[in-house]
Ligand binder design. Sequence first.
Ligand code: SF4
Length: 205
Amino acid sequence: MRLGGFEPFTASDFPGRPAAIVFSQGCNFRCPFCHNGTLLGPRPAADLLQSRDFFAFLERRQGLLSGVVVSGGEPTLQEGLAGFCRRLKEMGFAVKLDTNGSRPQVISDLIEAQLLDYIAMDIKAPLGRYDLLAGRAGAGGQIINAIALIAQSGLPHHFRTTHVRSLLSAEDLQAVQELVPPGSTHRLQPFMAAAALDPALRHER
Ligand code: SF4
């Protein structure tokens, strides 16, 4: 696993659990509203968080934390993701995956191996606007597959969309909500303009 860093505590990112968040390094999308720009590309090995250091931190938090959010970047790009999640489970932590949904087979394998307890997936935009809203065209098939398998997984989950008013119209939001299967939850999440990847968005309210 290439890890860009971690947050030692969140009371809100893993529903119902005090948790830590670990950020994988690298992403295959380039969302203009991304506020994690330092996590997108490669970084020198010396700047990365060593997995052993993160696990040592978690050892010291046994009994205080009950979950770990595996976020990014995009975690499903990481070769060692299954082993990483398995180690977390063996330590007694519930695992939440944050994903952009671009690698449904990886998500499916993690579900099949019972390595996940919660999944949050971004739906960036209507499928035809992923080129602008995720910096990647042609992702629609993967997104549809990921939505379906997460909705049918039986795991607690939600879908979420960052609401950037200048990029997503009311019609776009309606189209996004139509992608969400009945019985699944969809949440709008706030746009953190000051840290946006695209400088043109940084002054947006
Ligand atoms: S917001 Fe987009 S670019 Fe940023 S980490 Fe998530 S998927 Fe990648």
